[in-house]
Write a protein that binds this ligand. Structure first.
Ligand code: GUN
Ligand code: ZN
Length: 432
């Protein structure tokens, strides 16, 4: 039966323009929004559920996060490479059995509680616990792109020159990924998809990356990896791949770039690299809270936009200290404004709440190739939305216009305002 909901609505339209309806009707039918429109003169049709105190926004899309790392949030440990060794690899090594099941449940519940309806998620190297995470992902009702991490070079020993005992033969890593892809890519009415997940250039041989790229393309699966996050990492990649022109070129040569490829960070890129990323249709996933936490740097968003790169937003938990994408939106605006003040980029950033909101909604939806209209609350779009209590962050009555409503949401909003989260019309968290 259709759900007819009377609520305020804040969204982008399908052309990216902000829309704020203080009194609106959402009709949810068959997993989609059959109607999304303002109510004229306070007149509502019969049979509506009156939730006028709530604000509906599109479900947020976390285009980069690591499930097994969740317990390491807020644990300082230096910059990227030492942090991985000290805080992350020991934790990912533990991601097995019932612990992996419990942690997966917690992680997906928390994603939904933070207003996130779709996410691209890294697991650990173990195929069994990847299977467990997919099972729990299916139960969660969320839209998830996930993959077992591939690491046939850099290992959980933290020595990027040694091989991982289990992953030492690239074929084993690839075969396990293929089997998981076979089982889960397109499962749960297409809500679950598989991402071949070569962790980053330092943890993979060229052979493994090439094979992963080829299999992903053959199967229509995603690829997710990290690109140019940290200065020491970039220098190490240059040493490890002397024949490549650049870090991005390592992935280009391996056939890893394409419209279903998610590249986290992209901070230390040259213009030529940005052009290669853009030409391939790959998405750069901006992770501003992580970039501050690990002292990685500030992504040159204006240069990425000028090059025509697709962009999305990620929490990068556990390098980002929370799953709260409101926090990530806010941080992206603040970091760009500081970069502007310090004259860091050739083209000064024009950082606005609107741009940050677009990254977390329509940008993410496009990156994860979600159904048409996802990331917006428009007729025909999937019914992926979040009901907020705006009083949790907005003390000053109705906003005069859409820009003001967006500014209050991005500068002052947080997961604490989330009351209920819906995916494909089904309530996956909270109370209506
Ligand atoms: N680069 C390679 N692995 C990781 C990871 O787990 N987190 C982040 N932030 N960067 C990485
Ligand atoms: Zn990451």
């Amino acid at each position: 039966m259709a759900l007819r909901l009377r609520t305020a609505v804040l969204t982008l339209d399908r052309r990216g323009r902000p829309v704020h309806w203080p009194d609106a009707l959402l009709v949810v039918d068959g997993g989609r929004l059959a109607e999304a429109r303002p109510l004229a003169r306070g007149r509502a049709p019969r049979g509506v559920l009156d939730r006028r105190g709530r604000l509906a926004i599109p479900g947020l899309v976390d285009a980069h996060c690591h499930l097994p790392q969740y317990p390491a949030v807020a644990a300082d440990g230096g910059e990227l490479l030492p942090w991985l060794k000290k805080n992350i690899f020991p934790l990912e090594r533990r991601f097995r059995g019932e612990y992996a099941r419990d942690l997966s449940r917690l992680f997906f519940t928390d994603l939904a509680a933070h207003g996130t309806t779709a996410a691209a998620v890294y697991l650990s190297v173990y195929a069994e616990s990847a299977q467990t995470a997919f099972e729990e992902g299916e139960r969660s009702g969320l839209r998830l792109v996930m993959g077992k991490v591939m690491m046939d070079r850099g290992s959980y020993d933290g020595d990027f020159a040694r091989t991982h005992p289990r992953e030492s033969r690239p074929h084993a890593s690839l075969r396990e990924s293929d089997q998981l892809c076979e089982r889960w890519h397109g499962a749960a009415d297409g809500r679950l998809r598989y991402a071949y997940t070569p962790r980053f250039a330092l943890s993979c041989t060229e052979g493994l990356m090439r094979a992963a790229g080829a299999e992903a393309a053959r199967r229509g699966a995603f690829v997710q990896t990290h690109l140019s996050e940290n200065g020491a990492e970039v220098a190490a990649v240059r040493r490890a791949f002397p024949r490549a022109k650049s870090y991005a070129d390592v992935y280009a040569r391996a056939g890893l770039l394409g419209p279903r490829t998610l590249l986290a960070h992209g901070i230390w890129l040259s213009d030529a690299e940005r052009r290669a990323v853009s030409g391939s249709g790959s998405t750069l996933v901006h992770c501003p809270t992580s970039n501050a936490f690990l002292e990685s740097g500030v992504m040159d968003l204006p240069a990425a936009r000028l090059a025509g790169c697709r962009l999305a937003l990620g929490s990068d938990v556990a390098a980002g200290p929370s799953l709260d994408l409101f926090e990530a939106m806010r941080q992206s605006v603040f970091a760009q404004r500081l970069a502007k003040a310090h004259g860091l980029f050739k083209t000064p950033p024009q950082a606005t709440p609107l741009k940050a909101f677009a990254l977390a909604t329509s940008g993410g939806a496009r990156a994860l190739d979600l159904p048409a209209g996802a990331g917006t609350l428009t007729a025909g779009a999937p019914a992926d939305f979040v009901l907020l209590d705006p009083a949790a962050y907005d003390r000053f009555g109705p906003a005069a216009d859409a820009e003001t409503a967006l500014a209050r949401l991005v500068y002052r909003g947080s997961a604490a305002a989330v009351r209920a989260t819906f995916v494909a019309g089904r309530r996956v968290w909270g109370r209506l």
